[in-house]
Design a protein around this ligand. Structure first.
Ligand code: NAD
Length: 727
């Protein structure tokens, strides 16, 4: 079984076909690279071979490097990584030079890439080394270098080649944002050369007539000048100054990959091509050896994929959803209806009035129209999706639904009533899910005649954009319900985590303390700019005050009141309430009121922090150190995640990490709270937490589990990691 095969034809074209056995997408492994290398040597040495085409035996070209391989390479240490990367460089350089005489640049064999579909990461770096790239006219295909999204950057020459091909300015969005394009756009941008109906035929035709000059890359030709100017050219200078500021502004310096990429580009632009490749390889090694990239690859790729494939799915037969009934066509219900219909599931969307149900369906129409405007969708597809949504007030329409998702008002009475009404109609084996964000699943299950088939499926807002779905087992929830929920989430292509029932489940349990800590500091007189910047400089996408403005102050007030009622004297957040109730009293309800912790203009655009904060909660003379503020904001989340694990709400730290990043944006560069605590080490984490507890209160007291780990020298992934679940 081999990943690459080669056929030679009568006209002297050797076609190398990439087709990894047993996988739907090609990914490159080190063995695969060695195979390709061997085939190339054969083809270049064979006098009967005049030209070479590299293509794929699958619908797509390739998804990139096998990230599992990258993770293993890292275990061998920095030298092993550098050696591995340099061997890839040698392979791609061999393609690029194609046996030509290095002095005369003549006598090489033309090599073209024929891409039937998507080409990502090394799946594009390899074509970039070829002499011409032909892609199929396939608007579903994506072409690009998304490495930055998992904390690395294109390290197999993609960075150096793209910058030399397009110039630093044009390459920046592709490299720094990992922007993917459909083939036509990739061609317009200058990433690939041709978009054709039959790339293999076009590539064959081209290689057979290519001349020596066609084989020489601009950077190997005499007098090459980088498009847009090298760093010390006046135009180039402006590009690099701007790019550096942009990267720092966007990443706050916490993403090592973005900085390293920029350094590789800047340093590489000042030297010859082969030296630039070595510089790229060294920076790549530097980034891969940084714990951040390993944690990001683990959570954002390996664990995320494992969870999506059902790592924690009970072993019961297929529970794919055919017809879903959604109760409540408000913001959440409408969103859930939309993503379900898009996934090909029949939807019955119920609300108390026909008008409300229709409004819910119209939400879907609106989103589909946006897709059409962005040319991602056709009118036929829109009609197809909308035809699947049956908006009604009639519960009888729920007949035949195998899943119900309830998203009516957050009121146990209303929820109990709709549960009974739906259960009167749906099949006996149907599963009933609630989208509640605050009410315990086990309590709501009391309204159900079949508590074993009752479960929480908690979506995040906006449903069409947020990829995490939290599945909550109630005390009596059975395995079939969990499997159904997981199969549903898989159908709608989101990422699931499965947690046990406890106040605020997992995500909200951790995010609320983050928001509260920020608000508490406002009450203490900490400069609010310091609070917000401290959070962002730790890599949180939004500061706590901006976040609560987004989700709204009245929701915070509502949650505070309900929590206080439930906890009584043990309620710990009175100091927080003083601030938010104060804001609410003045009608500063957040973004939607165009007034909150921030000021907003008439159009709702966020401006500066509200100057009234300083008057109502006077600035303390002694301002804390930046690190102290950062520790408070990060530990308050991470310790809560540890408690969730300790208490059995979380049973798999991979879910804790993936859920934190996708659910509330926990500093992605860390790979999640458990990844972050492992970076710090349990011992240091305990020391910091103890200091915070002494200065700020018991909420920072290290949980027993963390102390025990510090004593034993354990790490979270060492103890609970991999596929094995927490005990
Ligand atoms: P919403 O007020 O926008 O929608 C609720 C809908 O339920 C309304 O259209 C209402 O007319 C309908 N409804 C009320 N009683 C009904 C009945 N008896 N029969 C049929 N329909 C009825 O609220 P939402 O923000 O969509 O939230 C719905 C649920 O989702 C709540 O449980 C909420 O806690 C949860 N949730 C909300 C968010 C969020 O960010 N808004 C996130 C996760 C979960």
């Amino acid at each position: 079984m081999t990943d690459f095969t080669m056929q030679r034809d009568a006209e002297g074209v050797a076609t190398i076909t990439w087709d990894v056995p047993g996988k739907s997408m090609n990914v490159l492994s080190l063995d695969g690279a060695a195979e390709l290398d061997g085939l190339l040597d054969d083809a270049l040495a064979d006098p009967a071979v005049k030209a070479i085409v590299i293509t794929s035996g699958k619908a797509d070209f390739a998804a990139g490097m096998d990230l599992n391989v990258l993770a293993r390479m890292k275990e061998g240490g920095a030298q092993a990584v550098l050696d591995g990367v340099m061997s890839l460089h040698r392979l791609l350089r061999k393609i690029e030079r194609a046996g030509m005489d290095p002095r005369t640049l003549k006598g090489g064999k033309p090599i073209a890439a024929a891409l039937p579909g998507t080409a990502l990461g090394i799946g594009l770096e390899l074509p970039l080394a070829c002499h011409r790239i032909f892609a199929a006219d396939n608007p579903k295909a994506r072409i690009g270098l998304p490495e930055i999204m998992v904390g690395i950057f294109p390290g197999a020459g993609g960075t150096t080649r793209l910058v030399r091909k397009m110039g630093a300015m044009a390459a920046a969005p592709l490299l720094l944002e990992g922007k993917l394009n459909e083939p036509a756009k990739a061609k317009a941008a200058g990433v690939i050369d041709e978009v054709v109906a039959d790339p293999l035929a076009a590539a064959r035709e081209w290689v057979l007539q290519a001349s020596d000059a066609d084989l020489v890359k601009p950077w190997d030709a005499r007098g090459y000048k980088m498009p847009g100017g090298a760093p010390y050219h006046p135009a180039g200078f402006m590009t690099f100054v701007g790019a550096s500021a942009m990267v720092m502004g966007r990443t706050m310096g916490v993403y090592p990959a973005a900085r390293a990429l920029l350094s590789a580009v800047y340093e590489g632009a000042q030297v010859d091509f082969d030296t630039a490749l070595r510089i790229e390889a060294r920076w790549f090694t530097n980034v891969l050896m940084n714990p951040s990239s390993g944690n990001m690859i683990r959570s954002l790729f390996i664990s995320k994929e494992a969870l999506e494939k059902g790592a924690n799915r009970p072993d019961v037969p297929d529970e794919k959803v055919r017809k879903v009934g959604i109760l409540g066509a408000g913001m959440m219900g409408a969103g859930i209806a939309h993503v379900s219909a898009q996934a090909g599931i029949e939807v019955v969307l119920i609300d108390a009035t026909q008008e409300a149900a229709d409004r819910g369906k119209a939400h879907s129409a609106g989103l589909l129209d946006k897709g059409i405007a962005r040319r991602k969708l056709t009118e036929e597809k829109k009609a197809e999706v909308l035809a699947r949504i049956h908006a009604t007030t009639d519960y009888a329409a729920l007949e035949g639904c195998d899943l119900i998702v309830e998203a009516v008002f957050e009121d146990p009475g209303v929820k109990a009533e709709v549960t009974a009404r739906a259960e009167a109609v749906i099949p006996a084996e149907a599963i009933f899910a609630t989208n509640t964000s605050t009410l315990p699943i086990s309590d709501l299950a009391r309204a159900s005649a079949r508590p074993g088939q009752f479960i929480g499926i908690h979506f995040f807002s906006p449903v069409d954009r947020m990829n995490l779905v939290e599945i909550i087992r109630g005390k009596q929830t059975g395995e079939r319900a969990v499997a159904k929920a997981l199969d549903f989430v898989r159908q709608i292509r989101k990422t699931p985590i499965v947690v046990n029932d406890a106040r605020f489940f997992y995500a909200n349990r951790c995010i609320i303390p983050y928001i509260n800590e920020g608000i508490r500091m406002v009450g203490e007189g900490v400069n609010p700019t310091l609070i917000e910047n401290a959070a962002k400089m730790m890599g949180m996408p939004l500061g706590p005050l901006q976040l609560v403005d987004e989700t709204s102050i009245d929701l915070a007030v509502k949650i505070a009141k309900a929590t206080r009622a439930a906890m009584g004297d043990a309620y710990p957040d009175t100091a927080v309430d003083a601030v938010i109730f104060g804001l609410a009293d003045q009608g500063r309800m957040g973004r939607k009121a165009k007034a909150g912790f921030y000021d907003y203009d008439e159009a709702g655009k966020r401006g500066a922090l509200w100057s009234g904060i300083g008057q109502q909660w006077p600035r303390a003379d002694d301002q804390p150190e930046l690190t102290e503020v950062q520790h408070r904001l990060m530990f308050v989340q991470a310790l809560e995640a540890v408690r969730a694990l300790e208490q059995g709400v979380l049973t798999d730290i991979r879910e804790g990490d993936v859920g934190a990043i996708l659910g509330w944006g926990f500093a992605p560069w860390t790979g999640g709270p458990f990844g972050w605590l492992d970076m710090l080490g349990a011992e240091q984490a305990v020391r910091i937490a103890e200091g915070l507890a002494a200065r700020h209160g018991e909420r920072f007291a290290p949980p027993a589990l963390l102390r025990q780990m510090a004593d034993r020298g354990d790490s979270f992934y060492g103890r609970f990691g991999g596929a094995q679940k927490a005990a």
